[in-house]
Design a protein around this ligand. Sequence first.
Ligand code: FNR
Length: 388
Amino acid sequence: MWLRMEDVRNGARQRLPRFVFDYVDGGAEDEACLHGNGSDLAALRLLPNCLKDTTTIDTRVEVFGQTWSRPLGVAPVGFNGLVRPDGDVLLARAAASQGIPFVLSTASNERLEAVRAAAPDAVQWMQLYVMSDRAIAEQIVRRAAAAGYGALVLTVDVPVSGMRERDLRNGFKLPFRPGLRTLWDLASHPAWSLGMARAGSPGFVNLSESTDGAASAQLQAALLARAMDRSLVWDSLAWLRRLWAGPLLLKGVLRADDAARALRAGVDGLIVSNHGGRQLDAAPSTISVLQGIVQSVEDRVPVFIDSGFRRGSDVVKALSLGARGVFVGRPAVWGLAANGEAGAREALGLIGTEIVRTLTLMGAACVRDLGPDHVTRSWTSQPQASTR
Ligand code: FNR
């Protein structure tokens, strides 16, 4: 039985070969950003109100005219098919079963139409990477609109890939040529290896419009290496706006001035993110910049956050500081790795249950009862003026 997210992560570690576990788990360079996300969340304390009526706790939030059962969602994660065959569909179903949104990655291994069809009544958003050949992005956006995705999430923190040292050490790139160490790794994880052998190697099937022909091996390798269009700038948003009529969000914003600029460019929402510590290792934790961004946005568009959220109390901290909702990446994928759809559901359910318990302990009957006065910084994390 899983009591905490670390149990789920350990389940994933047991099931996955090392190079796959490291791909999911790892961050950039020294992994300082990866760890900073968690330690800055831990340094915040929650200040509860006492003697409040918490007979019923309402965790619902409204976003773009749709209701989420909880202020929680599944962040876009590429290459889920490496974690489990059909990984994207299993994750989408797990999110749907919890009444929370699922964001599909451009680098998914199942076609965006198939993932939409797997949970047609659920909230699903499409994440977009723009590679040098913009025609690829254009066909993805057109197909996402036709399939009924509710919002487009443009990821803006990957002009180039972060330096993922674990992946380099493990030789994880396309075309995949396993060395002796990896062959041993595969042999010692037979359940994963047999599953992959049966399903065949996952491809980046959204890069090509045609249902039968996968994109060229070269293009797929470029996506895994995150070779993006570096000439994508603020003015490029007008190009996307012409293609996409629905809500448009930017994911990867860390500065209040960029948030203000996004509003001027007509963006409908922001996701404060450092990509789970996988890109700029020197970036700040997302929780440390949230309030400044919320203030600059002044409630004109919803602000979401991700990176390092593992507990319901982490989510409540971000909600108190003004986030409309929190996305998680690795927790859902660890659950998927360890036990498929049921595992992802259980991992998401764990955070959901903790959100309810934390709100109750906070004396907050609903999310709107929370405010910045409910958060304080930990004394133990501050330098002491004098020692006794
Ligand atoms: C990601 N992330 C990501 N983001 C994105 O916009 N497109 C993508 O394809 C991917 N792929 C991806 C793969 C893996 C294995 C991970 C772990 C993450 C980033 C993701 O959306 C999100 O920002 C972080 O995962 C949030 O941090 P936590 O919850 O994983 O700590």
